[in-house]
Write a protein of this length. Structure first.
Length: 475
């Protein structure tokens, strides 16, 4: 039997084609990519070529763009149901609380899986696995949701839940699905690529791992022991297509293609109409130009990014703060040089939280940054619990990335003055992922929200020409 697997991960609610940053040996360039109507056309073509096709979603699906956030994930449900997926897992999909995820799960025509998400009474919150049978071959799909949901995300994500990394549970479920007759075992995981490599180096019995969370564009599968691992970037800009030749109920050979979802792919007309109806209330935001940028704004950098520099400049200026912080989010499609619309600003931060200020001691800043660096660069993948490095403005840090936990920062300056442990610094920030709520004094949420702060800044500073110093330097 020949089996086809179509795979998406970390689409982050991007319903339509959008700018995407493409890398080659000589340059970076922007191309228009993605969009569920083109993704659906590709999946239909794969199904036409092979009736034995399974389609999976690695999660980070119900969050990331304004229509999806505003509807608490519900706007995208008809799109996903039309595609006809087989299963998914999640992370940002918990953003509206566990009850809303269960509500979304009930609306889907496929399950959200998770062997590692528990209610307080120890029972499983989600279905742990799914077994699909194709031509007398039974394929088990075991799900693992992100292990950081109850650790680094806002508290409402995991109210009443406990989440593990799934390593301890996985062998038990592999044994169970094989007892139920599974010939092949797939792992659908949102723990992240480094985390999945660690898991598969310790746990045997997985044939294919569909990885997510870390936005890796793997043009070739990775092999850990005998397990095939794929991951397909983000924002729906790429679709993974894994073809397996099954002989005597084992994988005899495989082929893989990371398919760019380019703008020369014919969109599916019915899906197009469905998406147009979802997007109709937001067309005015696309038409409302708020300013210009002279440079590409993107988030494709581990230490800092031009998109977050703009965000931090906006909130630092409006608060007259000494420093500014935001989370190192990975999601958010690039904004090319040229006009910037209000829609673009919502793509930067679709939650549109209030701008906040807090007073931090130098010691709190040092501890916060050291914790963040460990969560980004820990030698133990399971302790890598962030996105990118926390975004900072007004701060200059010199660090040695290879140093152990708590000892990476060598010297830190606020403005031109060396940071002192007992100093008090006014910080602007957005969300508790920017500055955890257990830190600082005199924490205040201002009446202005971030999208308006961005719009105000661009109206005064267009075209935007960044004049910021790098926050982190490796020495």
């Amino acid at each position: 039997m020949n089996l086809s697997i179509a795979y998406l991960n970390d689409v982050h609610g991007y319903l339509e084609p959008h700018p995407e940053l493409i890398f080659d040996a000589e340059r970076r360039e922007i191309k228009i990519m993605g969009g569920y109507s083109r993704i659906y056309s590709l999946i239909k073509d794969i199904r036409r070529q092979n009736l034995n096709t399974l389609v999976f979603d690695g999660g980070d699906t119900f969050h990331g763009t304004l229509p999806v956030v505003k509807s608490k994930g519900e706007a995208i449900v008809p799109v996903l149901n039309k595609i006809g997926l087989n299963a998914m897992v999640g992370h940002w999909d918990f953003a509206y609380g566990p009850d809303q995820l269960l509500n979304l799960n009930d609306q889907l025509n496929y399950p959200v899986l998770g062997i590692n998400v528990y209610n307080n009474d120890g029972t499983l919150f989600l279905k742990p696995f799914l077994i699909q049978e194709l031509e007398n071959i039974k394929i088990a799909i075991i799900g693992i949701c992100s292990n950081i949901i109850d650790k680094t995300m806002p508290e409402n994500f995991s109210e009443g839940l406990k989440i593990t990394d799934g390593i301890e549970e996985l062998p038990r479920y592999i044994e169970q699905v094989k007892m139920e007759g599974a010939d092949l075992v797939f792992l659908l995981s949102h723990n992240g690529y480094p985390q999945d490599i660690k898991t598969l180096s310790q746990v045997k019995g997985i044939d294919v791992c569909l990885s997510a969370h870390t936005h890796n564009r793997l043009s070739e599968p990775s092999l850990i022991n005998d397990t095939i691992i794929i991951q397909c970037g983000c924002h729906g800009s790429f679709l993974g297509h894994l073809q397996l030749e099954i002989l005597d109920k084992h994988i005899n050979s495989y082929k893989y293609q990371l398919i760019p979802v380019k703008d020369d792919i014919d969109p599916d007309p019915e899906m197009d109409r469905l998406i147009e109806a979802i997007m109709k209330p937001y067309l005015s935001f696309k038409k409302e130009q708020v300013g210009q940028t002279s440079i590409l704004l993107d988030r494709y950098n581990t230490l800092e990014s031009s998109m977050d520099d703009l965000l931090l400049q906006s909130i630092k200026e409006i608060t007259s703060a000494d420093i500014a912080f935001s989370n190192g989010w990975r999601y958010g499609v690039p904004i090319p040089a040229g006009p910037v619309s209000r829609w673009d600003l919502y793509n930067i931060i679709p939650m549109n939280p209030p701008v906040s200020v807090v007073e931090l001691t130098g010691k709190e800043i040092l501890n916060m940054l050291e914790e963040n660096l460990e969560r980004t660069f820990s030698v133990d993948p399971m302790k890598q619990m962030g996105g990118y490095v926390k975004r900072c403005l007004g701060l200059t840090a010199y660090m040695r990335i290879e140093n152990p936990q708590g000892f990476r920062l060598q010297d830190v300056f606020i403005g031109k003055e060396r940071l002192t442990s007992g100093g008090i610094y006014k910080a602007a920030f957005v969300t508790q992922q920017g500055v955890p709520k257990n830190l600082g004094n005199n924490r205040i949420d201002l009446s202005i929200h971030v999208v308006d702060a961005l719009a105000n800044f661009l109206q005064k500073n267009s075209p935007y020409r960044p004049d910021v110093q790098k926050s982190f330097s490796l020495i």
